[in-house]
Design a protein around this ligand. Structure first.
Ligand code: FAD
Length: 475
């Protein structure tokens, strides 16, 4: 089944006026200067265009917008914090941008049910703070948490650094409220853990990247706030040793192992050179590092971490390690982790991969991909890092020193092709946590089971028969 509907992307003054009437003049953005921030993203990889951004303030307004869009076959691009990395939130063909940022209320925090009901535009860091204020943890955590939104997190099924212990965004949502393409509202803001009343619609909209409906609110899971968090920066000889350390840590720490991030030494080079006041955490440089964290309800986190590192030294897995002495040092470790991507920018072009393989295959992925990309482009510099505990590696490749940036970036597809072929052979995924958007849309049919893809197209045609919700994304 193919999606053939071509929605309207050319907006007449009359249509703009009708949409404007729904949100009010103040919240209909038409001025070129004011439109600009919604049309591009941080890295300037995508530049969109649109005459209209709508900023509704309620679910009812979102519903009215979808109803009118459906009646007039007008294309909509939902947008949250605009931090997505695959071009999904950008209006590439003049679509109306539907910004959910004004839906920013935390409707309820229920400590007895351990749930929090957030509107789609609540910024992730705000959700974390609200949970913290009632002595709970909302564990989703990622580099963009200061600006990404709950609606965007759910729509991309975001992962982040604590997915190892708490799961991805999908695992953290209990109920959901969604506006359909025709303006009807699916109101399923349930707090129930057990609810087997037919098909699970919640999971259909999570990870759909705004192509099946507009998420307007969700009931999220809260966890007890850990009493003790201990963080270590560990130096190792190889990804194989990192894997051994992961096994050992799981055996010792079980569910209290909350993060396990792999970092290649070249990342430290780039961060020290280009990051804001970044120092290498260990005096002795090693080829690889792990940033690991234990979070416990009891006072045993430090002892557990020390026991893991001691065993690691004894078994010849760990070469060097430091445990954060205080909050500042812990923050410094995590800042380093978060600036790896931006620190690549001054080194010229960087070709990205957000891939996952079974955890045990990560060393093989890194070894094979590195050999393949260097063979393809001699002198290019693999910069692998990521969530080893989830088998999710951001396998970035920086251009050769002194090479022409544009000529290097022109090889993006060739480099993706060799890396993704290895990923597929190892039983992995070409999109671990960032989604498909437009970046990987044309690649998806090569990697996704044909029947699964056909079912996806059927669902899209059923829920959005006029193809007005984020057309051209994912499928
Ligand atoms: P947007 O970028 O605005 O939108 C993303 C997608 O969701 C688009 O397709 C959009 O159309 C759709 N959408 C947005 N809101 C809605 C809604 N309410 N209803 C329906 N569709 C909607 N991602 C990870 O998974 N893990 C990481 O560790 C991680 N780290 C990052 C670090 C940095 C520095 C940056 C810039 C990004 C990172 N990301 C990461 C990617 C990004 O932050 C996530 O994808 C995030 O979940 C997007 O949220 P957003 O509100 O910015 O969504």
């Amino acid at each position: 089944m193919n999606i053939v509907e071509k929605p309207v992307t050319t907006l007449s003054p009359d249509l703009i006026a009708r949409f404007t009437a729904i949100v009010g003049e103040k919240y209909a953005v038409t001025d070129a200067h004011d439109l600009a921030p919604y049309l591009t993203e941080e890295r300037n990889l995508y530049q969109g265009h649109s005459k209209l951004v709508l900023r509704p303030g309620s679910t009812a307004e979102v519903a009215a917008i979808c109803k009118l869009a459906s009646e007039t076959k007008t294309a909509l691009v939902p947008q949250g914090g605009n931090t997505g990395l695959v071009g999904g939130q950008t209006p590439h063909h003049g679509e109306v941008v539907l910004s959910l940022r004004r839906l920013d209320k935390v409707r309820e925090v229920d400590t007895a049910s351990n749930t929090m009901t957030c509107e789609a535009g609540v910024v992730l860091a705000t959700a974390q703070q609200q949970a913290d204020a009632v002595d709970r943890l909302f564990p989703l955590s990622l580099g963009a948490e200061g600006s990404c939104t709950i609606g965007g997190n759910l729509s991309t099924n975001a992962g982040g650094t604590a997915a190892l212990a708490y799961g991805v965004a999908r695992d953290l949502a209990v109920g959901i409220e969604v506006v359909l393409a025709d303006g009807r509202i699916v109101s399923n803001l349930s707090k129930l853990k057990k609810d087997n009343t037919g098909y699970d619609l919640r999971d259909l909209f999570i990870g759909a990247e705004g192509t099946l409906g507009i998420i307007t609110a969700a009931v999220l899971k809260l966890y007890p706030k850990p009493r003790a968090v201990e963080t270590a920066f560990v130096g190792l000889a190889s990804p194989d040793d990192a894997l051994k350390l992961l096994e050992l840590s799981r055996a010792e720490a079980a569910g209290t192992l909350t993060s396990f991030e792999l970092i290649a030494d070249i990342c430290i080079d780039f961060c020290v050179k280009h990051g804001p006041n970044i120092r290498a955490p260990l005096d002795n440089r090693t080829p690889w590092y792990v940033l690991m964290e234990i979070s416990s309800q009891r006072d045993d986190a430090r002892a557990t971490l020390e026991a893991i590192l001691e065993r690691g030294f004894d078994e010849g897995i760990v070469e060097d390690a430091v445990i954060a002495a205080n909050l500042d040092q812990r923050t410094a470790f995590w800042t380093l982790r978060e600036v790896i991507s931006p620190a690549q920018k001054p080194e010229g072009g960087s070709i990205k991969h957000d891939v996952s393989v079974p955890v045990a295959a990560v060393p093989q992925l890194i070894a094979e991909a590195s050999a393949a990309v260097v063979k393809l482009i001699p002198g290019c510099r693999p910069v692998p890092f990521g969530h080893l505990g989830d088998g999710n590696i951001h396998y970035n490749v920086s251009q050769p020193v002194g090479a022409d940036q544009q000529a290097f970036l022109a090889r993006w597809h060739d480099v993706n092709e060799v890396v993704h072929a290895i990923v597929a052979r190892l039983g992995g995924s070409i999109s671990a946590e960032h989604g498909i958007g437009v970046l990987k849309r044309d690649e998806l049919p090569h990697f996704k089971d044909a029947v699964a893809l056909d079912v996806m197209r059927t669902l899209k045609a059923t829920l959005d028969p006029l193809n007005i919700l984020n057309p051209g994304k994912v499928l």
